[in-house]
Design a protein around this ligand. Structure first.
Ligand code: FES
Length: 88
C-alpha cells in the first residue's frame, strides 16, 4: 500500500524508516521524501511514528540495522561503541 502517491512511498518504507530511528515527520521527509510534494500524506505518515495510531505496526529494528546505522554515523568514532535500540 502506498502512503505517499506523489513519491511512490510504500507503507513498508515508512515502517522501515521508523524502525531505523525516524522520530518525526521531518525525519521521514528527509529519509524518504514523504509529504514533500502535495502534503496530503503527512497526517497518515505521522501515524506510523512513535505514539501514532499505527506505531504498533512498526517492527523493531534488527540488530544489523542498528549496527549499520552506527557504522555510518560520522559522530561515532573509534574506541568503545555503545549501541542503543529505540523502541516505539
Ligand atoms: S501524497 Fe505524499 S506528497 Fe503528495
Amino acid at each position: 500500500m502506498f502512503i505517499c502517491i506523489c513519491n511512490a512511498i510504500s507503507e513498508r518504507q515508512v515502517q522501515a524508516a521508523v524502525a531505523e530511528g525516524a522520530l518525526s515527520l521531518t525525519d521521514l521527509q528527509g529519509r524518504l521524501g514523504v509529504a514533500t510534494v502535495c502534503g496530503c500524506c503527512a497526517e497518515t505518515a505521522t501515524e506510523y511514528l512513535p505514539g501514532g495510531r499505527y506505531a504498533n505496526n512498526v517492527p523493531a529494528p534488527s540488530l544489523g540495522a542498528v549496527v549499520d546505522d552506527a557504522a555510518n554515523d560520522p559522530s561515532v568514532g573509534g574506541g568503545m561503541h555503545v549501541h542503543q535500540v529505540r523502541r516505539a
